[in-house]
Design a protein around this ligand. Structure first.
Ligand code: 8YV
Length: 316
């Protein structure tokens, strides 16, 4: 059996999870930074066997090195790119995440951003609230959202759920993925640039991490073009953010809808004054129902590991 002082919470996690960690396990909490963190790692580092973290603050390279007897990482979130996966793999440390339970809500958010960005709904709402409409001015026309050619970058669970929703809008779905998906009804393209060239809207749904970093670069943005849009509900790291800011400022792409950023909660200030971008605070999975399901799955993984040494939803 694994006792509470062999379990550590790294970074903030969902309140239900944080409470259960304390009440059911009397687990430890890694201090955020500085001398306290150092003292904690010196005292407890070698007795820690399980770390519970989130997709935002994971078990990074240095922290993991200081936990020489770490056996498992339980991650709140489907994405685990904040954790040093390479080191975990090398040391044989399994990681669990929270797939499936958040797919619908993240896909719904993608659709919300898609409609908002093309139809400029948030800008229109500001136009009413700030009294401009009342002065007799007409709100500018937007872009049709139905019947577009949409490219999904990363056709995993979430990408497929987005595609399914877009079929309801009579969109033509194209995708690029690490490998072509046998039997997929959608059109495959061998690169992100080719996908962007063939479509009106590029939706990023790829996992974060070193393999996808900067995948949407200046060349892909150029392929999106002045009439094309970018939607990102995945990770800010997948997009070259300075290149995106430049493209939005210059109008070399028509617009973007972003739920994620390179260095959250920091959003490039240049974007605040632009009307061709919709900005959300990484709320993709943020509903009462889904967060409760994610918390349950995190606690199921922890309980199972503590009791049997097996995670319920390990990453493959
Ligand atoms: C979470 C997410 O809010 O699941 C993910 O990968 O990005 C979000 O659902 C986040 O990871 C929680 O920290």
């Amino acid at each position: 059996p694994i006792s509470g002082n062999a379990i550590v919470r790294v970074g903030p996690v969902n309140p239900t999870v944080a409470q259960a960690l304390l009440e059911n396990y009397a687990s430890l909490v890694l201090p955020d930074a500085g001398a306290q963190r150092e003292a904690f790692l010196t005292e407890h580092g070698s007795s820690i066997r399980v770390a519970v973290c989130s997709g935002k603050i994971g078990v990074d390279t240095q922290t993991m090195k200081r936990l020489p007897n770490l056996e498992a990482i339980v991650n709140f979130g489907v994405g685990y790119d904040a954790t040093d996966v390479a080191q975990a793999t090398e040391r044989g440390i399994p990681i669990s995440n929270t797939p499936d339970v958040l797919t619908d809500c993240v896909a719904d958010t993608a659709l919300g951003l898609y409609l908002d960005t093309l139809r400029t709904l948030s800008a229109a709402e500001r136009f009413v609230r700030n009294g401009t409409w009342a002065t007799g001015v007409n709100f500018p026309l937007a872009t049709r959202a139905s019947s577009k050619r949409v490219g999904i970058l990363g056709l995993g669970r979430i990408g497929a759920a987005i595609a399914k929703r877009l079929e309801g809008f009579d969109c033509e779905i194209h995708y690029h993925n690490r490998s072509e998906i046998t039997g997929s009804p959608y059109t495959y393209h061998p690169s992100a640039t080719a996908l962007a060239e063939a479509t009106d809207v590029l939706i990023v749904a790829a996992a974060g991490g070193p393999d996808s970093a900067g995948l949407v670069d200046a060349a892909v943005l150029e392929a999106i073009g002045p009439k094309g849009f970018l939607i990102n509900i995945a990770r800010g790291s997948v997009v070259d953010e300075p290149a995106l800011v430049a493209a939005l400022q210059a109008g070399t792409i028509a617009g973007a809808g972003l739920d994620v950023f390179a260095s959250e909660p920091h959003v490039p200030e240049e974007l605040f004054g632009l009307e061709n971008v919709v900005l959300l605070p990484h709320l993709g999975s943020g509903t009462h129902e889904t967060r409760a399901d994610m918390a349950s799955l995190v606690l199921d993984n922890l309980r199972s590991y503590v009791e049997s040494g097996e995670l319920v939803t390990p990453i493959s």
